[in-house]
Design a protein around this ligand. Structure first.
Ligand code: FAD
Ligand code: NAD
Length: 472
């Protein structure tokens, strides 16, 4: 047995763990990083990166099939599904070095490619090593939730951990779950030539504002993606190539392949958390506002901590750990400034309160400002006029923003700055946006907030008339 005594032990080399390890090592701490599977975690290998790469393949095919509106003949795309998967693998390979063992060792991190498990409140065993660190960060992420639906154990199915390696194009992909994973992969597959049915127990994209979801749904309808809502999958039958899903209400859906996308399960099984006195909830590891677990020397961040499950959230929480564990400064997890985006086409991005939550919280003080894409010149030029921005404003300050439309995930960045720094609508209105850009919708939303105050105000009109009388 080798005994190691670093300043910091990080368990899990995904989005959260890598950020903590890199920051801590570069700031002079001794760091041990454990990874039982692939460096880079879910985001690089089975999540954000491969899904966005496959979406890019789908977009390329879709563009070929819909070029006539720009004066270029439509062609039926000759999709090579396996080659699209090669493209996905190539994208992963290009990013991989940034997350690699070699890079982290170059930063001075001791990387151990083993799963870690607590053996006491202050010790973790990883293969032949026992690590006793001043502080430990659990960043073990999450795995696809596979519920015990009767029959599921007797049919072949994909999850986000397998679908990016599937090389035969599904003739008809059935997707159980209409959250971000289900919806992004539904559209990518449809555009790559598959029939697709999304089977959703409640409403698709249920975390988002229904008015914004409707924009995405409308496009899915046009593209021929079948969305079956209120269809709780309750029984699964069949064999490879011929799968049947029966919903609670008796509806039956038939397809060739099945993708399970019904949510996530925190990776706590291997950690032997009882030995460390680290408690869990139904969502993951119990943490306080500073991401500290019930063991004061152990923090948990990212998906395993059971809050918002996004790469940028894990990265943000890594920053909180650096503040506390390295610099001894207080740090509090904030969620009101956390954006998210779903990369369907059109995209749907959001930050802060939805309209419904803002209405409940702020009642009569809430003003909701909308501005449609079809009044934006760049959107018109590119024929991407579906969608709108909606800004929830309380006394001049935005408390939430939703955008459904082209590049919504990019456009939300401005509001991430505004909300993180508690800026006001006047700051957005005061900015000059280059013409013609989609980003002008942000400024136009701010303009729409001020124009009734300016143009419908009797007082402003009186002042202008008065000034005009006296101006030389
Ligand atoms: C299909 C899909 C698409 C997604 N798209 C996006 C997106 O576009 N944008 C976005 O922000 N988020 C996206 N996400 C979510 C994002 O991937 C996660 O929020 C993010 O990866 C969480 O980071 P993490 O560090 O908590 O965990 P992970 O990245 O999962 O890393 C955890 C690591 O810990 C390792 N591990 C587990 N147990 C142990 C142990 N006991 N010892 C040692 N190592 C261990 C695992 O092997 C893994 O490598 C997507 C997720 C999926 C599934
Ligand atoms: N663009 C992004 O940032 C992005 C993309 C993909 C995933 N993610 C992250 O990964 C997380 C997990 O995504 P997800 O889509 O798997 O989960 P999810 O929890 O967001 O959605 C799962 C859906 O499955 C439905 N469902 C559950 N059981 C069902 C059943 N038996 N029959 C039919 N429907 C059922 C639920 O009602 C829900 O709408 C997301 O919440 C997000 O944090 C992010």
């Amino acid at each position: 047995m080798h005994k190691l005594t670093p300043d910091l032990l990080v368990i899990g080399a995904g989005s959260g763990g890598l950020s903590v390890a890199a920051g801590a090592a570069q700031m002079g701490a001794s760091v041990v990083l454990l990874e039982g599977h692939r460096m880079g975690g879910d985001c690089l290998n089975f999540g954000c990166v491969p899904s966005k790469a496959l979406i890019a393949s789908g977009k390329a095919a879709h563009a070929q099939a819909h070029a006539a509106q720009y004066g270029v003949a439509d062609v039926t795309p000759a999709v090579d599904y396996a080659a699209a998967k090669d493209h996905v693998a190539g994208v992963i390979a290009q990013i991989e070095p940034v997350d690699s063992q070699e890079r982290f060792e170059g930063l001075g991190v001791r990387v151990i490619r083993e799963y870690g498990a607590f053996i006491s409140p202050s010790e973790v065993r990883a293969g032949p090593h026992i690590i006793s660190a001043r502080r430990t960060v659990i960043a073990t992420g999450s795995s696809p939730l596979v519920p015990p639906i009767p029959g599921l154990d007797r049919v072949p199915y994909e999850t986000n951990e397998t679908i990016f390696e599937l090389r035969e194009r599904p003739a008809h992909l059935l997707i159980i779950g209409g959250g971000p994973i289900g919806m992004e992969l539904a559209q990518a597959h449809r555009r790559l030539g598959c029939d697709v049915t999304v089977i959703e127990g409640a409403k698709v994209m249920g975390q988002d504002d229904p008015e914004m979801v409707a924009v995405v749904r409308a496009r899915f309808d046009v593209e021929g993606i079948a969305i079956e809502e209120g269809a709780m999958a309750s029984e699964i039958r069949g064999t490879a190539g011929a799968i049947e899903i029966e919903a609670k209400d008796g509806r039956v859906f038939k397809g060739s392949h099945l993708l399970m996308a019904v949510g996530r399960r925190a990776n706590t099984d291997r950690l032997n958390l009882q030995a460390a006195g680290v408690e869990t909830t139904t969502h993951g590891i119990r943490v306080d506002a500073s991401m500290r677990t019930t063991n004061r020397r152990v923090h948990a961040i990212g998906d395993v901590a059971g809050g918002l499950q996004f790469t940028h959230v894990a990265g943000y929480q890594a920053g909180l750990i650096i503040r506390q564990a390295l610099l001894g400064l207080p740090a509090k997890n904030r969620t009101d400034h956390m954006p998210w985006a779903t990369y369907t086409d059109p995209e749907l991005a959001h930050i802060g309160m939805t309209e419904a939550v803002a209405r409940e919280t702020h009642g009569g003080n809430l003003e909701v400002i909308r501005f449609p894409y079809n009044h934006n010149d760049r959107a018109i030029a590119e024929r991407k006029t579906d969608g709108l921005i909606k800004v929830m404003v309380v006394r001049g300050r935005p408390v939430g923003v939703s955008i459904a439309g082209a590049q919504a995930g990019e456009l939300i960045n401005l509001w991430a700055l505004v909300i993180a720094n508690r800026l006001k609508m006047k700051h957005v209105a005061g900015m000059v946006a280059p013409y013609p850009t989609l980003g002008e919708i942000n400024k136009r939303a701010a303009g729409a907030y001020f124009s009734p105050r300016l143009f419908d105000s009797a007082m402003v009109k009186r002042v202008v008339r008065f000034v005009q009388r006296w101006l030389p």
